[in-house]
Design a protein around this ligand. Structure first.
Ligand SMILES: Cc1ncc(C[n+]2csc(CCOP(=O)(O)OP(=O)(O)O)c2C)c(N)n1
Length: 880
């Protein structure tokens, strides 16, 4: 039976199988060397390819070609001279390490509930430092591994960008002088650029960010010269790579040749609970994945002191030993000392024992992993930054909790370790040669060597040479005027009305170029194919084929300067593109106006966490939930009909959500939103639901604009109204019909109110209610609208009843004596006609009329139930 390491070797690596005839192998290799020598590498590659083709033809199984040996990809011969002052940089990095550690431990000694992380940054510190000192240009876009935030703060403290007071208030943000747990642009708007705290979103966003930079360049919106050197760096955890989002964009990055993108995966081999791949190798697995997707993969596994060992490893025993070691064992080797490593790792084979015969246990202890050696890190970054035609991933092997000694390094629970005692802290000080007294340690004093010190002067000079500090977030950009918009009264859906508004914006002289229409794969569903020909679909390659429909007027036109982003079936990808565009005012200083239109159920429900991150990012743009509503989408059924997006939208503080019924309302809302974002530079984004039901748009009352933008207005006044009917989206038309039924069949007069946003009304209501609670005098818009009216209030929408219920407290009047009935589409969707579905969910005209009669305690209620054949005994929709 195969032993475990055989299994692992065959499953993942198979790069060094046993050699049945070494002499014959040697002959082949010598011949190959001679060929390379005589005819060059290109010819050698050609012959290898021929050989592989031939082997395939002879049905000889090919070796796994996506994996390389477990050593550094950049060999010693290709390693550039380290350009910095290694000693100074080491001292700087030690100071940053200490301050990061002190910040977390201090916060937790004061308030154990605050939390924070030490071990992640301890593993990533050198990866960051080499970037800061040599690679990150001021205009680069860097996605930091979220749990490493303390290190980024600690460096900004040395740079003089964050005060000691801020550090002392790590994770104590209320009051305004603290620091966020992770990278949150919302909370630190002039510091953090990209929220990465929810794992997996950072790597995905980074890919689409790099792609959007290309889009801006190809469309001539940012200067090619300015953008060519710009890089997007994403620091990602090896555990984080298990998130589906982290992998979702890999092939796009390769397909689009994004050589402006560098991933650095911090392979400390551990995640929160334990090893990432205890029984395997995360490095080898990721290498295969990235290489298979078409990336340039650079392994950064071993520090410089391993070079002589590899140089002497003529018979490959060291490599063999590395290959048979699974990550769970590597973790143990990280957690133990030189003696243990000698006995358990090196002494396994006599040849290996001989290889390290002249090394002491301390020497073995000092052997570094690649991600802790600035010289090797520099070599990898240098190669990555120069690589052309492909994105690069650097798989950097590190130790989690590096330098945390017995209390943390490589320990199973190190992720959560945040309360080191003084002895451990003193050990840390000694390990990193920090000039701190025992009292400094006991007090957890932050260390700053003074502005005149060589360390600070060096660090500042380096940042100056590279174009400024990082991270820095720009909060404003030039404003762009928004034109007036007009909406047609003709019989159509609000989706079509939206597309016409979009076209008007795109045709505007100034703003037009900045509009970014985005779809996953649903342009035809939303009637947007009309835009293909005129504005073009963005493709870095232009169009290499004659499209099947080229003879048609509105053919499928792809172009290098195309304006539309057609992402394919990836809502997460499309949302990431939208986010890059919606934050271009900050990342690039160029305001863009993105509209991402999608099936509304695949938005807040499917990629809600990305939308939450967009809120954190202070995104400005429009999300458009197309063919929305649980009954309006009719035949599409349970997994397509959205009943909840408005409810979720209401929880995102800077999202303004709208559910308009008429094209004219939509035009006002779109213009208002665009003005707030582009003229007023407000950090808000709009969510619109538009639907596919065709009806007339006769226009709204001339004085309705204020109400449209506040969330409700009186559409049809009836001076004798005994009941108030409210409706949003297409259900407003059911409300009209209900008012007619009430009038004609039951002699009840009703006012009809169009609600454009229950969620905005709710916010305004909460504001007024709070103001009153605090002793002020205030009135909400709902209260203002309804105060001089009589009778119960019935509100209905095409979403769950909790949406209409959001304004119960204000619609009921201050005494809360007024009856308020919220109707909605609770339950699972169904495929059927709109009329049937609205009857089923009880949001049709008849159900609304009955609800009104019942709320009025009208004696006609029973008769109405009979006349409309409403099944009194039937279960409600949410139980069916
Ligand atoms: C979406 C999401 N799920 C879970 C977490 C909780 N979490 C925080 S850190 C962490 C482990 C991270 O491991 P890894 O990516 O390997 O990074 P390391 O800290 O080891 O460098 C987890 C599960 C999170 N932040 N985001």
């Amino acid at each position: 039976m195969a032993n475990l390491s055989d299994i692992v070797t065959s499953a993942f690596w198979r790069v060094n199988p046993p050699d049945a005839d070494p002499a014959e192998t040697r002959e082949w290799l010598d011949a190959f060397d001679a060929l390379v020598e005589a005819e060059g590498r290109e010819r050698a590659t050609f012959l290898l390819r021929k050989l592989l083709d031939h082997a395939r033809a002879r049905r000889v199984p090919l070796p796994p070609v996506l994996n390389t040996p477990y050593k550094n990809s950049v060999g010693l011969a290709d390693q550039p001279q380290f350009p910095g002052d290694l000693q100074l940089e080491t001292r700087i990095s030690s100071m940053v390490r200490w301050n990061a550690l002190a910040m977390v431990v201090r916060a937790n000694r004061a308030h154990a509930e605050l939390g924070g992380h030490i071990a992640s940054y301890a593993s990533a510190a050198d990866l960051f430092e080499v970037g800061f000192n040599h690679f990150f240009r001021g205009e680069d876009l860097v996605y930091f591994q979220p749990h490493s935030a303390p290190g980024v703060y600690a460096r900004a403290f040395l740079e003089g960008r964050l005060s000691e007071e801020r550090l002392a208030n790590y994770r104590q943000e209320v009051g305004g002088k603290g620091l966020s747990s992770y990278c949150h642009p919302y909370l630190m708007p002039d510091f953090w650029q990209f929220p990465t705290g929810s794992m997996g979103l950072g790597p995905l966003n980074a890919i689409y960010q790099a792609r959007f930079l290309r889009y801006l360049t190809h469309r001539g919106i940012v200067d090619e010269g300015d953008s060519r050197a710009r890089k997007v760096w994403a620091f990602v955890g090896d555990g984080e790579m298990d998130e589906p989002e982290a992998l979702a964009g890999l092939s796009l990055a390769a397909r689009e040749s994004l050589d402006n993108l560098i991933f650095v995966v911090n392979c400390n081999l551990q995640r929160l609970d334990g090893p990432v791949r205890g029984n395997g190798s995360i490095v080898q697995e990721l290498e295969g994945l990235f290489a298979g997707a078409g990336w340039n993969v650079l392994k950064l596994l071993w520090g410089s002191d391993w070079d002589p060992l590899f140089a002497r490893d003529h018979d490959g025993v060291l490599l063999k030993r590395l290959h048979e070691t699974v990550d769970g064992e590597f973790q143990t080797y990280a957690a133990t000392d030189g003696r243990f490593n000698r006995e358990h790792f090196f002494n396994k084979y006599p040849e290996l024992q001989a290889l390290i015969a002249d090394m002491s246990d301390d020497d073995i202890d000092r052997l570094k992993r690649g991600g802790h050696d600035p010289v090797k890190i520099h070599a990898a970054y240098h190669a990555a930054a120069r690589h052309e035609g492909q994105p690069t991933v650097i798989l950097a092997q590190t130790k989690k909790g590096y330098g945390m000694g017995l209390w943390g390094q490589g320990k199973m629970g190190t992720h959560q370790q945040k309360k080191l005692d003084d002895a451990a802290l003193r050990e840390f000080r000694d390990r990193f040669s920090l000039p701190l007294s025992d009292d400094d340690i006991a007090q957890l004093r932050f260390y700053h060597p003074g502005d005149a010190s060589p360390e600070i002067r060096y660090l500042r000079e380096r940042r100056k040479a590279l174009g400024g500090y990082l991270p820095v977030r720009r909060t404003k950009a030039d404003s762009i005027a928004v034109p007036g918009l007009s909406a047609s009264p003709r019989n159509q859906s609000t989706t079509m009305a939206f597309v016409q508004l979009l076209a008007q914006l795109m045709k505007d002289d100034k703003l037009g170029r900045r509009v970014v229409p985005i779809v996953a794969d649903e342009a035809r569903t939303f009637g947007m194919q009309t835009l293909f020909r005129q504005f073009g679909i963005y493709s870095a390659l232009g169009q290499l084929y004659e499209p099947e429909d080229h003879e048609e007027l509105l053919y499928y036109r792809e172009a290098k300067d195309g304006q539309i982003l057609e992402e394919g079936i990836t809502e997460a990808g499309a949302l990431s593109s939208w986010l890059a565009a919606a934050t271009a005012y900050s990342s690039h200083g160029v305001p863009m106006l993105p509209f991402y239109i999608y099936y509304s159920v695949f938005g807040f429900q499917r990629v809600g966490d990305l939308i939450w991150a967009a809120g954190d990012s202070r995104a400005r743009g429009f999300l458009v939930g197309g063919t929305a509503g649980r009954t309006t989408l009719a035949g599409e059924g349970l997994q397509h009909q959205d009943g909840s997006s408005h409810l979720v939208a209401s929880t995102v503080p800077n999202c303004r959500a709208w559910d308009p019924c008429f094209a004219q309302e939509l035009a006002l809302i779109v213009r208002d939103g665009a003005r707030r974002m582009l003229e007023g530079q407000e950090d808000v984004f709009y969510y619109l639901t538009v639907t596919n039901e065709n009806y007339d748009h006769p226009g709204i009352p001339p004085d309705a604009s204020e109400g449209v933008l506040k969330g409700m207005y009186l559409y049809k006044r009836n001076d004798k109204a005994q009941v108030q009917l409210l409706g949003s989206g297409p259900i407003l038309r059911e409300v009209f019909a209900a008012a007619e039924l009430l009038e004609k069949e039951w002699n009840v007069a009703a006012n009809v109110w169009s609600v454009t946003s229950f969620t905005e009304l709710r916010r305004d209501g909460m504001r007024a209610e709070r103001a009153r609670r605090l002793g002020g005098e205030d009135e909400s818009w709902v209260e203002k609208c309804l105060k001089d009216t009589r009778g119960p209030v019935i509100a209905a929408s095409d979403y769950v009843s909790a949406v209409a219920d959001l304004i119960r407290a204000y619609a009921g009047g201050r005494e809360a004596s007024r009856k308020y009935v919220a109707l909605g589409t609770d339950g699972f969707g169904r495929s059927d006609t709109r009329a049937k579905l609205r009857g089923f969910f009880e949001v049709d005209a008849r159900s609304i009329a009955v609800a009104a009669l019942a709320a009025m305690d009208s004696p006609s209620t029973a008769a109405a139930l009979d006349r409309y054949r409403i099944d009194r005994a039937g279960k409600p929709a949410w139980e069916r």
